[in-house]
Design a protein around this ligand. Structure first.
Ligand code: ARG
Length: 456
């Protein structure tokens, strides 16, 4: 029997019931629903709105229901409309009239808004922890590769020398920002809407902050209509998670490139690769590809949420029931991706010789050769032009800037001398870029240490 049966003469049509029902996806919030009800009942008892003896019975009854669901001895009856109706129905079955007092000064509208906030606050904490674990693996792998010289790219063309450690740490910066975005969203999630009731608040003297604090929420919503119709925290979380997926998919894409034969900068562990059903030689980076592909789902979830909320009149509308599947999917997907990605990164084998070989070809020290001339007093634009001519000469002769004889240098510009070879040594090119944010091993190590203290 639905909660709202008083006004109705007929039972809901079965197909309509199935269409209307959310229990198949909101039962995952059973813990939050019950904890929210325990806080509400405790506060009702303390404020003298219901007898304290009845509040105690309600709390005990709810605790039992929670334990039984968690232990698997009480099954959630899927014929109820939603998890809120099921818990209240079960409580009333057990306590009779006392159970019916739980919903005093509450509506499912503020109840569901609270439940999602509680649920997402816990999930966001898990996401924060998973991001911390990823950051810690990135820092470790970067520290192992502080000296591994590789070409840095622009336009996917070899550009300037960096190290693999430095390249990895670029992702640490992205995930650090993601971490701070998630913590920020979590703060705005932890507001209790209880007391908003259906939309207009209540005449009962609820102690709203007390109920919030019982749930470890520091704040209460400040407008009853907004309390039940705000889903900004879902939008923000989906947006923050979409950005996490942008970062993961860029990282995944690079891993896919790096483990191709064309690059061979890394090799993925067998435990994180798959084979082909027909080509015996294949070792495919499926995990990285799936992470890249799953970004599409999360962006889709964000779009779905934005579209559901857009143009809704205040206050609650049933459209908002659609918030749950989208935000749950975004959270589940990102959690799964982080769980798969972190150990894959942790176990991949780095092949620094191949990176060094790639760095040796592609004239990635040309800027440094030009800078050498600048040190000799040549204006940068002239130095740039002369070095460009030298590169063309090397290509013609099948040489590199390191192997081009000094006479050839001097024929282009007499200011060159044999000091240029030291200047364009790739290890030195990297070591001299000590500027904050640069690839010099000591600079990168200092950044790794800074980030380690930040993630605890
Ligand atoms: N299942 C509903 C939801 O998720 C709960 C709130 C129902 N409120 C209502 N007025 N019908 O949105």
């Amino acid at each position: 029997m639905p909660l709202w049966n008083g006004r109705f003469k007929k039972e809901l049509d079965q197909t309509t019931n199935d269409f209307n029902s959310s229990i198949s996806f909101d039962s995952r919030m059973y813990r939050e629903d019950i904890e929210g009800s325990i806080a509400h009942a405790t506060m009702l008892g303390e404020a003298g709105i219901i007898e304290s003896s009845e509040a105690e019975k309600i709390v005990t009854g709810l605790e039992q229901i929670l334990n039984e669901i968690a232990a698997g001895t009480l099954e959630i009856d899927q014929s109820y409309e939603d998890i809120h109706s099921f818990v209240e129905g079960e409580l009333t079955k057990r306590l009779g009239d006392t159970g019916k007092r739980l919903h005093t000064a509450r509506s499912r509208n503020d109840q569901v808004a609270l439940d999602i906030r509680l649920y997402l606050s816990h999930e966001t904490q898990e996401l924060v922890d998973s991001l911390r674990a990823l950051l810690s693996v990135i820092c470790n792998r970067a520290e192992e590769n502080l000296e591994a010289v590789m070409p840095g790219y622009t336009h996917l063309q070899r550009a300037q020398p960096i190290t693999f450690g430095h390249h990895l740490m670029a992702y640490a910066q992205m995930f650090l920002r993601d971490l701070s975005r998630l913590k920020d969203v979590k703060q705005r999630t932890e507001f209790s809407p209880l007391g908003s009731c259906a939309l207009a608040g209540t005449t009962y003297p609820l102690e709203r902050l007390r109920a919030a604090n019982l749930l470890d929420f520091p704040f209460i919503s400040r407008n009853s209509l907004d309390g039940v119709s705000d889903r900004d925290f879902c939008l923000e979380l989906a947006a923050a998670l979409s950005i996490v997926m942008v970062h993961l998919s860029r990282f995944a894409e690079e891993i896919i490139l790096w483990c191709s034969w064309e690059f061979k900068f890394i090799e993925l562990d067998d435990a994180f690769s798959t084979g082909s059903s027909i080509m015996p030689q294949k070792k495919n980076p499926d995990i990285a590809e799936l992470v890249r592909g799953k970004s599409g789902r999360v962006f889709g979830d964000l779009m779905a949420l934005l579209t559901v909320m857009k143009g809704l009149p205040l206050a609650y509308n049933k459209d908002m029931q659609e918030d749950k599947e989208a935000i749950f999917d975004a959270v589940d997907t990102v959690k799964m991706c982080l769980k798969a990605f972190t150990p894959m990164l942790d176990t991949m084998r780095v092949l620094p010789e191949n990176m060094r070989r790639a760095a040796a070809n592609g004239f990635i020290n040309a800027t440094d050769a030009a800078d050498y001339l600048v040190e000799k007093g040549v204006p940068f634009r002239d130095a740039y032009k002369a070095t460009g001519q030298l590169v063309a000469l090397c290509i013609e002769k099948g040489l590199t800037l390191e192997t081009l004889p000094i006479e050839e240098y001097q024929a282009v510009l007499p200011q060159f001398d044999s000091g240029v070879y030291e200047k364009i040594n790739l290890e030195k090119c990297v070591a001299d870029r000590k500027i904050v944010g640069g690839p010099a091993p000591q600079t990168v190590l200092a950044e790794i240490r800074r980030i380690r203290t930040m993630i605890g």
